[in-house]
Design a protein around this ligand. Sequence first.
Ligand code: GDP
Ligand code: IMO
Ligand code: MG
Length: 415
Amino acid sequence: MSMVDLIVGLQWGDEGKGKIVDLVAKNYDIVIRSQGGHNAGHTVVVDGKKYALHLLPSGVLNPNAINVIANGVVVYPPQLIKEIKNFDKDIKNKLFISDKAHMILDTHIAIDKAREKLRGKNAIGTTGRGIGPAYADKIARVGVRMGELKNIDRLLEKLEHYYEMNKGYFEYLDIEIPNMDDLKKELQEWQNELGCNIIDTTKYLWDNFDKNMLLEGAQATLLDVDHGTYPYVTSSNTIASGALTGSGIPPKKLNKVIGIAKAYTTRVGNGPFPTEDLSEAGDKIRAQGAEFGTTTGRPRRCGWFDVVAAKYAVTLNSCDEVAIMKLDVLDGFDKVKVCVAYERDGERLDYFPSDLEGIKPIYVEFDGWEKSAGITKFEDLPENAKKYIEFLEEKIDCHIKYVSTGPDRNATIIR
Ligand code: GDP
Ligand code: IMO
Ligand code: MG
């Protein structure tokens, strides 16, 4: 029987989704991105060679998979063109882009940066990729879609009107409206480079339900625009149900949901983070885990595993299985902490609340272990590492099927 499975981040992103998508991609015929844009940075390491993917689905490293950028993604065409060109294999004949996917324009990027600057100390810490402004235009029904590249003159007319309507706003933000002749050339180039790959991917996916499909989530549950730590979130629905709207796959077709979490927690950008560790331990996690953003190079904020947040994410996404990543990063710690509940105003909370103001973590402490790096069998893990994984499994109430012990595809325990 064919299946549609989904990979989703359970924390604040960068959990290692790319690694697991690549690991399991051999079981799928089609790998689909359904939301986000080039704010994502998914790293795949195969035989020591590192690939950083932003818009291309991580299935591209699998020689057989077809890759789909579906309707819910926001596409910045220059980035996609660059990624296709820089990839060391020809993947154009294995890539489809939805004609319904919205386009990120240079002015969206300029708005993103200008608004962040205006927010000052309240900045979200976005990736500066124009994601929010592009989705805002989509929801306001003034966005432009990839399929519109087929008729450049009509698209230009629409954009001319769009810039006219927003003249005051652009002036206020000190953003230059593009020259229409230059814009026309750019749009033509995008059509020349990508036109052949733009199709109705909803129909394509429906026509291929006899094949196995994998939806590759970008960002993660706690960055979801509805269910995350608003306003410190991204502008899409990153959770499992968002992947369905973002691809046109009917809900009942979804088979299995695999949630991805690190053995600790990281966050890049601003916003609440109850288990953040600002002491030496946090610095040690950052150093051992090379916790610097794939997309922006920013240092990631680091802290401990948060069971309350993970349980919330497992439930929201109805996870069938979980992958715990980067266990090796905790190698050599004397003690490892896990947050099992929150406290606020003297009250214990076991549920991830809508607002994290004043939340303090309640920790339990584990004895550390020497080395898990590179281990591929659960029984070969140090006893304390096994206890740690088994504790997380019990607390999040979901089978931990994968434990990752290094960046390479092979450094993985499958239970
Ligand atoms: P994604 O956005 O969820 O795909 O994750 P990123 O690629 O942004 O960040 C995960 C980082 O951790 C990448 O650099 C991976 O190569 C790396 N990584 C993944 N799994 C492991 C692991 O088990 N151990 C270590 N040390 N690194 C890992
Ligand atoms: P992957 O797919 C981690 C964060 C940004 C910022 C917030 C809003 O690699 O896990 P945006 O540019 O989306 O408007 O920024 O979301 N963010 C991510 N953090 N991993 C990501 O993607 C992210 N994509 C966006 O840092 O806090
Ligand atoms: Mg990432």
